[in-house]
Design a protein around this ligand. Structure first.
Ligand code: ZN
Length: 693
């Protein structure tokens, strides 16, 4: 039964194009051409009012609560809000600028308060609780039971059972946190954009390959230093410089400004913000009845408890650090042989690691790059999607996007049924955040009629000149496949209710499908067909592929240790409870106690750890990448044990129990159904080249 929206509510949203239903083909597509930043605030406000009115209508129904009139009714609602937050999210991450930042600062607390208004609605919660408690008598489908459980759990975890005073305090905390998250991330962004190292002379460029020199020249020009070269204070600019620059003094300078983002004792220093965030999170956890923020966060993750997550991190820590010692010894030997008269410092690691790679594996990253054309690899991903999941991609024209660089593909299954759209936004530009990510503009659902998903992949490749292929590094190619894995997770979704669709699974499970897809890049089937030399069209030579394979676990000491240090600090900070923390001192003392190798720094130091302090998302959750990788490594071995990476029976189990089910089943059950058993740590250790426990 449909719950018609009264005319009065429809009026709220009238006239603002950002809340308007999507029209056009494929069940409607986003109207990106209608977006104006000045419309964001009124649109968000209208959409929030509309949804609050819908919620109130459900809460005040006179009839007895049922799944249909309460939970399904909630699933039907909030559609204007979904649409406007899709635009808001796209602008926040890819079209950001001063005008939008002002809107973000203003709206962050209101959006937090809006969420609380819904979860603190007592009549609504009473109905949800009634549906949840009678779920076994009500003849619900397993998916409906899971959704009732999810609603009930989310409401309880957000404080639905607290008294009025506690609820009020909770909402104050959430609003204050939202403002702190916004200033944290705007401070990091400012430290990344404002510090620029200008290189003045040829001498400053010593060691840099041509492609890096060209990028540095373009970066300088864009910052008003035409005719010189610049290293920006971002990972994609800093890491290659640290890898190739022969100027040790400049490496140290560049390294220092990068690792001190948010930690310079100036107006943009994040330390006080972090102290306040941690105190508020600890207070909130106590209010909600949990020992610490980490206990609250992990309760409904696959790990369940901080102890289980810590157990995994600590099991890998020792072997990783032991490997670092070996790596440092290899590097020191080369430095000594070259007469460098230095001991390896953090700003030397990437530089000497590259030399070790060449010496040990005869593998030069610059030798691989000419075979990695972005568009060919994209075709390779499409080919993998068809082999593994039966999805076919075909390009579309005439679909409105928010930037001319964005392209759209239609996705169908093997029977020719439309399953969704894939938007691809590959290139860096000002106002786009760094890194790579996937998001869903619309979730798949079918409980009130078939609705196909719309997903997007975003990355920051440097756009080539017209007609020239864009060449990317091996790591970037892995990232491309990774994000495409998230997209396929969304596109494979086959569930009834939108809240359970696609990638909306536990945080420590969501990286599993994406990390898994990375493995198909290095399959001979992909490399032979799609890793083609940009000039000769020849496939990548077998000897080069063999070298890549032999070097697969190279530098894993470094990569695992820099990651683990961040994951351990994240967890320890959130297990520390309510005491007032000095983030710098805490970081220093904890790392010392752990025995952090002095040649390595955390991948994300606390003052710019955006995963953890730009929002709640990955707080006490950075361990998730390793947790997921445990599953990834074990799952890929399921293919190796069978007929190889394209084994159809294993692929079918993967689709049926992992990619298609979204959050309709418990992730541990889904994994067991796919693998026939639970994942252990052994495959993970093999994948990283560490001795098995
Ligand atoms: Zn990911």
């Amino acid at each position: 039964m449909l719950n018609p929206i009264p005319a009065m509510i429809a009026l709220f949203a009238a006239g603002n194009p950002l809340t308007a239903p999507w029209t056009g083909p494929f069940g409607g597509v986003p109207h990106f051409d209608k977006v104006k930043v000045q419309d964001m605030k009124p649109a968000l406000e209208a959409a929030m009012s509309e949804q609050l009115a819908e919620v109130e209508q459900i809460a005040r129904r006179p009839d007895a609560p049922t799944f249909e009139n309460t939970i399904a009714a909630m699933e039907r609602g909030g559609r204007s809000f979904d649409r406007v937050t899709t635009y808001y999210g796209v602008w926040s991450s890819t079209m950001n600028g001063p005008e939008f930042q002002a809107v973000e600062r203003e709206m962050a607390p209101s959006l937090a308060a809006f969420g609380d208004q819904i979860t603190q609605n007592e009549r609504l919660f009473a109905r949800i609780a009634a549906v949840y408690e009678s779920r076994d008598q009500a003849r619900l489908t397993p998916e409906q039971k899971r959704l009732a459980w999810l609603y009930y759990t989310n409401f309880v975890r957000a404080g639905a059972r607290l008294d009025a005073t506690a609820k009020k305090r909770l909402s104050e905390i959430n609003q204050r946190l939202a403002s702190l998250y916004t200033s944290f991330s705007q401070n990091v962004l400012a430290d990344e954009t404002d510090y620029v190292h200008v290189l003045e002379t040829e001498e400053d460029l010593k060691g840099l390959p041509d492609s890096l020199r060209a990028a540095a020249s373009a970066a300088a020009e864009s910052r008003g230093h035409k005719g010189r070269w610049a290293v920006l204070n971002t990972r994609s600019s800093v890491d290659p410089f640290l890898t190739y620059s022969e100027r040790r003094d400049l490496r140290e300078k560049v390294w220092r400004s990068f690792v001190n983002r948010g930690d310079n004792g100036d107006a943009r220093d994040n330390n006080k913000t972090i102290t306040e965030i941690l105190a508020l999170r600890a207070e909130r956890a106590k209010l909600l009845g949990y020992e610490t923020h980490a206990h609250w966060r992990l309760e409904n993750a696959m790990a369940r408890t901080p102890e289980r997550a810590m157990q995994l991190l600590e099991a890998v820590w020792r072997p990783a650090v032991a490997r670092v010692q070996e790596e440092v010894a290899d590097m020191q030997a080369i430095a000594d042989r070259e007469g460098a008269q230095t001991t390896i410092e953090p700003w030397d690691y990437r530089f000497y690691a590259e030399k070790v790679r060449k010496a040990k594996y005869d593998l030069d990253a610059n030798e691989v790059k000419p075979y990695l054309q972005l568009e060919k690899l994209r075709e390779g991903m499409f080919w993998v999607a068809e082999q593994l999941l039966g999805l076919r991609f075909s390009p579309l024209t005439g679909i409105v996007t928010y930037h001319p660089d964005v392209r759209v593909w239609e996705v169908k299954d093997v029977s020719g049924r439309h399953v969704g759209l894939w938007y691809f936004d590959p290139y860096a530009r000002p106002g786009k955040r760094s890194g790579a990510w996937m998001n869903a503009y619309r979730n798949q659902e079918r409980f009130a009629g078939e609705v196909a998903t719309i997903v997007s992949n975003n990355s920051n490749f440097v756009k080539g000149r017209e007609g020239e292929p864009v060449l990317i590094s091996w790591t970037d190619a892995e990232t491309l496949f990774h994000e495409f894995g998230h997209a396929l997770h969304g596109l494979s979704s086959s569930v009834s209710y939108p809240s359970l669709a696609g990638t909306q699974v536990a945080r420590d499970y969501v990286e599993f499908p994406s990390q898994l897809l990375e493995h198909w890049l290095s399959t001979p089937q992909v490399l032979n067909r799609f890793a083609l030399h940009h000039q000769t069209g020849q496939p990548i030579p077998k000897e080069l592929v063999a070298k890549i394979e032999r070097a697969a676990t190279f530098n894993q000491g470094f990569a695992t240790t820099e990651y683990l240090a961040s994951a351990l600090i994240d967890m320890r900070l959130h297990l520390a409870g309510g005491r007032t923390l000095d983030p710098d001192a805490f970081e220093r003392e904890t790392l010392a106690a752990l025995g952090m190798p002095k040649q390595i720094v955390m991948r994300h130091r606390t003052p710019h750890f955006s995963h953890v302090f730009a929002g709640d998302g990955y707080s006490a959750g950075y361990y998730s990448y390793l947790w997921s990788d445990t599953l990834t490594a074990d799952a890929y071995e399921a293919f190796s044990e069978a007929g190889g990476p394209y084994d159809t029976a294993v692929a079918k189990r993967l689709r049926d129990h992992v990619f298609a089910v979204g959050n309709t089943v418990d992730p541990a059950d889904g994994y067991r159904a796919f693998r026939g058993r639970e994942a252990g740590i052994a495959a993970l250790m093999r994948k990283r080249g560490f001795p098995a426990p």
